[in-house]
Ligand binder design. Structure first.
Ligand code: HPA
Length: 243
């Protein structure tokens, strides 16, 4: 069974059918929300709202370790994560989907490993390819089949948030090779790798990153609701097809 982690825009009820909520606890505390065991397009899956039931956890305080651990403990054999992003470049204007194949980490102070105590020992996971290639390919094929354009591969830059970026930061990430900017896929993908859970991601561009094109103007994140809702609906279509 696969797990789906939904981010911003996934607060609405009804995405998952035959849903049963289960409260879980882990050695790392409680996950952001109860797990939902249910179906998407008739296929069983485990669903977790990354930011909590009411979107109460900002990106830097999400209980990432508990979230990933809870999914594994509930029987997930892989994770599909959806996250909204700011796009860099025309190919990633608002409304575009991307399946990333690389990640940059600009976060700090997040609990990003299960191996940080003498008891747990030390583990240096291979992270050459941070995303599972099988799940990524399945998402790309599903996007094609369901008629949604998708950018196949690309670099996701993870920022600390919750604030958006300065124009100079975006230019720096662009120079570093980033195609999209988001706040949450790291440390999720590393934690999943540490406990051998394949992890693939689908990004939904909801704005052009700060200082680029129309984003010379202020980015009013709250007013992006319509584009977020549309992007999330497209992402749900793709995940349904991929399952
Ligand atoms: N920056 C970082 N995270 C985001 C953005 C952005 O512009 N848009 C959506 N998530």
């Amino acid at each position: 069974m696969l797990a789906l982690i939904g981010g911003t825009g996934f607060e609405e009820e009804g995405i998952i059918t035959d849903a049963e909520e289960i409260e879980v606890d882990t050695p790392w505390g409680k996950p952001a929300a109860p797990l939902i065991i249910g179906k998407l397009g008739g296929v069983p899956l485990i669903f977790l709202r990354r930011h909590g039931v009411k979107h109460e956890f900002a990106p830097h305080v999400i209980p990432y370790r508990a979230n990933i651990w809870a999914l594994k403990a509930a029987g997930a054999e892989g994770i599909i994560a959806v996250g909204t992003v700011g796009g860099i470049g025309e190919a990633l204007s608002a409304g575009t989907l991307m399946v990333p194949d690389q990640i940059l980490d600009y976060t700090w102070g997040r609990e990003h490993t299960y191996f940080d105590s003498p008891e747990a020992g030390v583990k240096h996971i291979d992270f050459t390819y941070p995303f599972d290639q099988g799940l990524s390919q399945a998402l790309i094929r599903a996007a094609r089949r369901s008629g949604h354009g998708v950018v196949e591969g690309g670099v996701y830059a993870t920022t600390q948030g919750p604030r958006l970026e300065s124009a100079a930061e975006v230019r720096r990430f662009q120079r570093d090779g980033a195609n999209v900017i988001g706040m949450t896929l790291y440390p999720e993908c590393a934690l999943a790798r540490e406990i051998d859970l394949p992890y693939g991601a689908l990004c939904v561009s909801v704005n052009s990153a700060a200082g680029l094109r129309e984003s010379h103007r202020k980015i009013e994140f709250e007013s992006l609701k319509e584009i977020v809702d549309r992007g999330v609906r497209a992402a749900v279509d793709v995940v349904r097809e991929a399952l």
